[in-house]
Design a protein around this ligand. Structure first.
Ligand code: GDP
Ligand code: MG
Length: 160
């Protein structure tokens, strides 16, 4: 790969971000999307849907043994969510940083959770915690044809 191709490849990391039912109910879809868009990340997939419990149990399979699991599945299946895939340099790590800590009481002001919520069980958004889960979750929520390849006009002004 040429240096240019390698650099372009670095900018293709993907993270799965979701506005949870409470975020949708509270009218925060635009606010959350705006932060990723303004930062320079590229939206490559987006849809509104009401996930089934089975779909959510697979999404959150690592948390099955937790006491809050049943409540989490109930909450997450209670209404529509907005599922998205965002692409760009270090999208997973930056996505987590932009969301803030899992428990909003520990999220810094300036983060999404730190600005808009209080309870860990109503923390309005989801973001993948690793590059591998970014890939797994993107594929769990979106079929092949639902993830778009496109070149934003601003790319050369966002990346060196
Ligand atoms: P995340 O990756 O920051 O979303 O955190 P986790 O993967 O650890 O947990 C997934 C989701 O489960 C969180 O976003 C919360 O909505 C919920 N959750 C995590 N810990 C707790 C808890 O202690 N109590 C309750 N009620 N919900 C929790
Ligand atoms: Mg998690």
């Amino acid at each position: 790969l040429s240096t240019f191709a390698k650099m372009a490849d670095q900018n293709k990391e993907r993270t799965f971000i979701m506005v949870k039912p409470d975020g949708v109910q509270r009218g925060l879809v635009g606010e959350i999307m705006k932060r990723f868009e303004n930062r320079g990340y590229k939206l490559v997939a987006c849809k509104m849907c009401t996930p089934t419990k089975a779909h959510l149990e697979e999404h959150y399979r690592d948390l099955k043994s937790k006491g809050f699991f049943a409540g989490l599945i109930e909450y997450m299946s209670s209404g529509p969510v907005v599922a998205m895939v965002w692409e760009g340099k270090e999208a997973v790590k930056m996505g987590r940083m932009m969301l803030g800590a899992t428990n909003p009481l520990q999220s810094n002001p300036g983060t999404i959770r730190g600005d808009f919520c209080i309870d860990v069980g109503r923390n309005i958004c989801h973001g993948s915690d690793s590059v591998e889960s970014g890939k797994r979750e993107s594929e769990h929520w979106f079929k092949d044809g639902e993830i778009q390849e496109w070149s934003p006009a601003q790319s050369k002004w966002v990346y060196e």
